[in-house]
Design a protein around this ligand. Structure first.
Ligand SMILES: Cc1cc2nc3c(=O)[nH]c(=O)nc-3n(C[C@H](O)[C@H](O)[C@H](O)COP(=O)(O)OP(=O)(O)OC[C@H]3O[C@@H](n4cnc5c(N)ncnc54)[C@H](O)[C@@H]3O)c2cc1C
Length: 496
């Protein structure tokens, strides 16, 4: 397709996606590449995206990032999961934690033993059997040896981009300030040849990474790649974001609080709290959303509330010709389970694995797109689950979500769990069985049966099995310091 070797990589956009990509390429392939990143201070970044999930630790290890330095620089706190309030019904809550719940048997997941234990009147709440969940509820945390607790971070998105920028520049990536005005295509191949800036400067490249956010300047405006719209399954299309002063010690989890036409996030950082309301404009006006958010935040409001429009879905191809889209330019599922930054990371790793050093071939493009789409579709189903499996019928929004048709792939999973209690992870899927079980149970889907292997346990054996898991978790959590104390000792930011 394009037999010339790929030496010059141009990254358009310097938000989280752009700088994650620049830092990774520069650190891991910088010796062989000329990397330029173009960004515009006048346009700025989306400025949100502050909750992450555990696989980010793997990328940080790969890049040799010192966790304490990174956390101090980005005002970060630890995250053990997400608390969902009012999602199943108003007044009820559950936590989707990053930990393992109970102990699986090779033939059947822990949920089967828990269901049997419940039938026998011996099992407590599902979350009692997960150390991360107990630690989150008690606001406790420590980094334990051998990944004793699974965790991720809450971070300041602007500081994170700065942190990555300095790393990228240290490894040779060059930043170009300026507004991209025009994208120049090769008449014959349709490949991108160069970007022309408002200043008239022309930036040529062999491979272009579109990190221009929702604008999708390269992948869509120039290459007309197309977009699969998922608003019929994920109807929220607006968010209002606002930062507030902290009023309590930072909790080691994200809060997601459902309202009548969407939900509100609370992300505690060391120096402030990130808040926002995600909503569906069919059911709530921007003014009403703003009022609702401001009525439901705690602490002094530090920034002007900002409305962000989005359309859930994904780009039809994430890699088209010599352009790869990363971040918001590639699509947006929803922020509910903090999967966007993770998908940027996956796109970068995939690019490194398939880097077209000797030239671009269609087989690489097809493989990249197939893998990405497979991954994104499974995450999409997991997010739809939260909205669709609910007992709420108290507003038009929730009635829509409860009654909307859902993808067949999700229907099958829900049916399987409801009928049999079984959950199987699809190969290369982000969310494992334990995540699906936590959210399905949390949203109120209770299986009608359990696996017969759980029937082999006598009452005494079941009691012992459940109580030793519980005691082990209680002992682990009892020795932990408070999250706040641990942050203060491990990674205090300057103004903590
Ligand atoms: C409300 C909301 C909350 C979110 N919360 C989370 C979360 O908790 N966790 C999570 O994982 N993800 C979250 N996300 C997604 C996350 O914010 C993004 O994945 C992440 O910030 C990456 O954004 P980006 O770099 O693609 O785009 P942006 O941050 O928008 O960056 C775009 C870049 O392109 C540049 N640019 C654009 N046009 C031009 C031009 N013409 N010339 C030059 N430069 C240009 C801009 O200046 C900027 O540098 C959230 C998203 C939204 C909308």
């Amino acid at each position: 397709m394009q037999s010339q070797p790929i030496k010059r990589v141009v990254i358009a956009g310097g938000g989280t996606a752009g700088w994650m990509c620049a830092a990774s390429l520069a650190k891991l392939m910088g010796k062989h590449l000329d990397i330029q990143l173009v960004e515009s201070d006048a346009i700025g970044t989306v400025g949100v995206g502050e909750a992450t999930i555990p696989p980010l630790l793997t990328l940080h290890k790969l890049l040799g990032i010192n966790e304490q330095e990174f956390m101090a620089a980005t005002q970060a706190t630890f995250k053990l999961g997400i608390e969902f309030e009012n999602w199943k019904s108003v007044g009820e809550k559950y936590i989707h934690s990053f930990g393992t719940t109970g102990q699986d048997h090779w033939a059947a997941g822990f949920q089967h033993f828990w269901l049997k234990g419940q039938q026998m009147g011996l099992a407590k709440e599902y979350g009692v059997y997960c150390a991360e969940l107990l630690a989150a509820q008690q606001n406790k945390f420590a980094v334990l040896p051998n990944m004793g607790l699974n965790y991720a971070f809450h971070l300041d998105a602007t500081q994170y981009a700065k942190f990555l920028r300095s790393m990228a520049e240290q490894h040779g990536a060059k930043r170009v300030e300026g507004k991209i005005d025009q994208i120049d295509l090769c008449h014959q191949s349709g490949f991108i040849k160069s970007l022309t800036l408002a200043s008239g400067r022309v930036i040529e490249g062999d491979l272009f990474i579109d990190c221009t956010g929702f604008r999708a300047l390269l992948i869509e405006e120039a290459l007309h790649t197309g977009y699969d719209d998922w608003t019929h399954w994920l109807p929220c299309d607006r968010a209002i974001a606002v930062q507030t002063a902290s009023v309590e010690a930072p909790r080691p989890y994200t809060r997601s609080i459902a309202h009548a036409a969407g939900w509100q996030w609370r992300i505690p950082l060391q120096h402030r709290t990130g808040n926002g309301l995600v909503y569906c404009s069919r059911y709530l006006s921007d003014d009403a959303a703003k009022q609702l958010l401001l009525e439901n935040v705690e602490g002094d409001v530090l920034t002007e509330p900002r409305v962000i429009n989005f359309r859930t879905g994904q780009r039809r191809s994430h890699w088209n010709k010599n352009c790869i889209a990363l971040g918001l330019s590639s699509g947006f599922i929803e922020l509910l389970e903090s999967t966007s930054i993770h998908l940027i990371q996956r796109g970068i790793v995939r690019l490194l694995q398939m880097f077209p050093s000797t030239g671009i071939v269609q087989a690489d493009i097809d493989e990249f797109n197939a893998q990405t789409q497979h991954e994104v579709v499974n995450i999409r189903d997991f997010i739809i689950l939260h909205y669709h499996v609910t007992q709420r019928e108290d507003s038009p929004f929730w009635r829509y979500c409860k009654n909307m048709p859902i993808p067949d792939s999700l229907s099958h999973r829900l049916e399987l769990f409801k009928e049999t209690g079984k959950v199987f992870k699809v190969p290369n899927e982000l969310f494992g069985e334990n995540s699906w079980v936590q959210v399905m149970l949390g949203q109120g889907l209770v299986p009608q049966q359990h696996h017969p292997v759980a029937d082999l346990m006598s009452e005494k054996e079941m009691e012992h099995f459940l109580s030793q898991i519980e005691q082990q978790n209680v002992r682990k959590v009892n020795q932990l310091p408070s999250h706040q104390d641990f942050l203060q000792h491990y990674c205090p930011a300057q103004n903590f």
